[in-house]
Ligand binder design. Sequence first.
Ligand code: ADP
Length: 194
Amino acid sequence: MINLILFGPPGSGKGTQAVKLAEEFNLYHISTGDLFRNEISNETPLGLEAKKYMSKGELVPDEVTIGMLSNKLDEQAGKVNGFIFDGFPRTEPQADALDKLLDLKDTSVSLVLALEVGEDEITERILDRAKKSENPRADDLDEAIIRNRFQVYLKQTSPVAEHYKKADKLVTIVGIGSINEIFEKLKDAVNEIK
Ligand code: ADP
């Protein structure tokens, strides 16, 4: 199995690149943000809980997120060639939980691809994405919420890179350039471990 993590700040292009990498390497794409938005549109109890945090640009509590991710892994295990995680893990407890969950399935994280993009570029991109979308995400419409998401990333998520650096699994890629240029760089990094 190949299990990839796409790491990086909100709006760094994780979702776009995850879809392309999933297709290229035949992996199952798991976006925790998409899973939460799906729960919200179905008005499930999990969705209602998640919405309280997402609308402010805060992280959904670990136990909720890890539980949802674990269910998804169980549902797909045995059916797929590997996973690409987009937006997970975002905290140290989530990274520990992922190691354990994959270990239970006799597999592990193969590589972490970290996209680097600065705050001003991020804010501009997300506001632009909202403007161009027919159905913009509520958390993309307000600059203060976007900046909070970036701060949450710096404080809670960016330290998680160390977890994978220690394990020699971290590759950093500059996330500025065309979608295809960045995709080529990501693809090369994955091909190196194959
Ligand atoms: P972005 O990367 O643009 O912020 P996502 O779709 O990945 O978009 O996430 C949107 C929101 O969903 C986050 O701000 C957070 O509230 C919630 N979320 C997504 N993934 C996680 C996670 N792993 N842990 C906690 N909250 C999460």
